[in-house]
Design a binder for this molecule. Structure first.
Ligand SMILES: [Zn+2]
Length: 268
């Protein structure tokens, strides 16, 4: 016979179970995976790079695209902006000249897999790793440079994704949560520009796409974003520059701490 107390206990366990289940899934969409804090505190994944300098990293995914990428490159050049392109290996193989142009104009070419493979449960881990390595090889062949950064398609991450990137010699990069422009969804230029300009902070990593399946207003929005951020004194840098800056910042902090210690010591 089930007593009222037992029933209540059972329901309680059920709710806790549901809660734990939901929590585990909500971390990044993958059951049982860990959340942002875990990966960020270990430097396994970068969402943004807090710095005192007014530096910001614009990133473009899923290209190169023969119609849109050249227009984006022209706008970037006009505002002396350097950006990071998370390219797809299959697009690099289709448009090698465009990829070379991105690199020649000082932008960073980074890995976004060969075929835009999503890491979802059931995906073959070896297949995922091979897709990253395939892109890495294609980018090297075309640009002569080995990419250092990786952005997982769809932003899906877990231990296996980070491990595949690590094994390929790549640092995993996502984007600032307050700088997700959702330009791929058909957002208006005003919405995209508003998102970036209302939230711009030093060290942000902004997510755009230079290729989307539907009509996007990214280029129009960039025409508003670039002059306004330049006016506010922002410098547009690559993600690797931003990461290097953060290392320099912490080295400087360490140096000044040592200075203080030495100075204090000399008073004795
Ligand atoms: Zn993508």
């Amino acid at each position: 016979m089930i007593t009222g107390r037992k029933l209540l206990f059972g329901i309680g366990i059920g709710i806790v179970g549901l809660f734990v289940g939901l929590h585990a899934v909500s971390a990044d969409g993958h059951p049982g995976s860990r959340g942002r804090d875990y990966y960020e505190s270990r430097g396994k994944i970068v969402w943004e790079v807090p710095t005192e300098r007014p530096w910001i990293a614009l990133t473009f995914d899923d290209g190169p695209d023969p119609a849109r990428t050249p227009q984006i490159l022209e706008l970037l050049q006009k505002y002396e902006a350097k950006a990071t392109f998370f390219v797809l290996g299959n697009k690099v193989s289709q448009y090698p000249e465009l990829t070379k142009r991105e690199a020649a104009e000082g932008h960073e070419i980074s890995n976004h897999t060969f075929s835009h493979i999503y890491y979802r449960s059931g995906v073959d881990e070896d297949k995922y790793l091979l897709d990253i390595l395939h892109a890495q090889d294609m980018i090297l062949q075309v640009t002569g440079h080995i990419p250092r950064l990786f952005r997982p398609p769809g932003g899906y991450y877990n231990d296996a994704v980070v491990d595949a990137a690590d094994r390929s010699g790549l640092q995993t990069i996502l984007w600032s949560w307050h700088q997700d422009t959702r330009d791929w969804s058909g957002s208006s230029a005003a919405m995209i520009a508003g998102k970036v300009l209302d939230n711009a902070r030093n060290g942000d990593i902004v997510l755009f796409h230079d290729h989307t399946d539907r009509r996007a207003h990214t280029i129009e929005a960039l025409g508003q974003i670039l002059p306004e951020l330049a006016k506010r004194g922002f410098k547009f840098v690559t993600v690797s520059e931003l990461l290097g800056q953060s290392k320099l910042d912490s080295m400087q902090r360490n140096f000044s701490t040592q200075d203080e210690l030495i100075t204090e010591g000399s008073h004795d």
